[in-house]
Design a protein around this ligand. Structure first.
Ligand SMILES: *Cc1c(COP(=O)(O)O)cnc(C)c1O
Length: 392
């Protein structure tokens, strides 16, 4: 019997999800109806945040979040190199300059020690960042308490890129409550924890940021008389008061999101079970397994293993090939953003952020998703063990 393909990540769609979507398709509104506000309320309520703004992707959410915080030309945005390119691109969209803070080798998150060192240097040369975007890599929160206190000391704003992390907790509170940040951003791409096909959402506790992000997702238009620049001409009146975009989420997507939210805790619980099983099954191997911080309950978006502590690029390629040949969709998260051709062209060099590069040379992400069966997980592990023996 041939083995079915096992991807590294995958959505789980129930009959109830399908029914919710069908209901919208048969309703009066495919966009700009009641589902989007309901989804926003559901996510913000779950996270313990005041407000939510749903958009068509996390990338759009990052963009409007940066604009709402006033990022523009001449400003600096800092993030981690160990992320998807979108966490950095949002700064460039706004005409700002982007720089990176290297990771720590425990959590693979942005290192707060390195952040502090870089802030001290930046203060001397008057190049302090306007925004710092910590990314909760693999679903585990960054050290937000320290980042928050540094933000007060050095006067920068914080956007949490929690694309991996909905359903996770930090200090026993749901990620997304913005206790230590201005805005938190989630992604609902199908490989993430819950899905709306494409989609993103920003949470905040600040009404001003909320209203601004709402306007920016829809052309910069307001229908709120209070925010109008000219006197309202009647109930039909709307005014474009700034330059925005069409970043709206559809009703179809939002309905799917509302339905998926009902199973969020169950999704994360299963991911945690799979994580513990991987930990046990791989305990004896000469590998570095993802560590869990006591402060965090990770949503376990990813299970990245490290093959060594020096450059293992060659071994990694061979393991990767073996597993793909066995129909296992392993992946690599992430190619450090500063080593992408576009960023090299901006002046970054290989060697600029050595931890993220070393991490990258060693890492493989094993399949981890709600629907992964115990049997398939055991198969992944046995194929991985074979591949590791082959490279010894
Ligand atoms: C997936 C992802 C994004 C982008 O999300 P989209 O919804 O696809 O735009 C941004 N940042 C991180 C860390 C991600 O993993």
């Amino acid at each position: 019997m041939t083995q079915n393909f096992i991807p590294y990540g995958k959505q789980d769609i129930s009959e109830e999800d399908i029914d919710s979507v069908l209901k919208v398709l048969k309703s009066d509104f495919l966009t700009q109806g009641p589902q989007v506000p309901l989804f926003e309320k559901t996510v913000a309520g779950y996270c313990g945040a005041e407000y939510g703004v749903a958009v068509n992707s996390a990338t759009s959410a990052l963009h409007v979040a940066c604009l709402a915080l006033g990022l523009g030309e001449g400003d600096w945005l800092w993030t981690t190199p160990n992320t998807f390119v979108a966490s950095a691109n949002c700064g460039l969209y706004c005409g700002a300059k982007v720089d990176f803070v290297d990771i720590d080798m425990q959590s693979y998150n942005l290192s707060v020690e390195k952040l502090e060192e870089k802030l001290i240097q930046a203060k001397k040369s008057d190049k302090l960042p306007k925004i710092v975007i910590p990314v909760h890599f693999a679903g585990q929160s960054c050290n937000m308490k320290r980042i928050h206190s540094l933000s007060l000391e050095y006067g920068f704003k914080v956007i949490e890129d929690a694309s991996h992390a909905i359903g996770g907790k930090y200090l026993d509170k749901p990620i997304g409550g913005c206790q230590y940040s201005d805005i938190t951003v989630f992604s609902f791409h199908p490989v993430k924890i819950i899905t709306t096909a494409e989609g993103g959402l920003a949470t905040t506790n600040c009404q001003k940021l909320y209203k601004k992000m709402q306007r920016l997702r829809s052309h910069g238009i307001t229908r709120d008389v209070e925010d109008m620049i000219l006197p309202s001409e009647g109930e039909w009146s709307y005014q474009q008061i700034e330059l925005g975009f069409n970043y709206r989420m559809t009703e179809i997507q939002a309905a799917l999101g509302v339905s998926q939210m009902k199973r969020l805790d169950e999704f994360v619980a299963r991911r945690q079970v799979l994580r513990k099983q991987y930990d046990q099954l791989l305990e004896q191997e000469n590998l570095i397994l993802p560590s869990q911080s006591d402060d965090c309950y990770s949503s376990m978006h990813l299970y990245p293993i490290l093959l060594g502590t020096q450059d293992s690029s060659l071994a990694r390629s061979r393991v990767f090939k073996c597993l793909r040949a066995s129909n296992i969709g392993v992946n690599v998260h992430y190619i450090p953003v500063h080593t992408q051709p576009y960023y090299l062209n901006l002046g970054f060099k290989n060697g600029d952020f050595p931890n993220s590069e070393l991490y990258y040379q060693n890492t493989v992400s094993l399949p981890l998703f709600y629907g992964l069966t115990d049997k398939d997980q055991v198969y992944v592990v046995s194929e991985l063990k074979k591949a590791l023996q082959a490279i010894e």
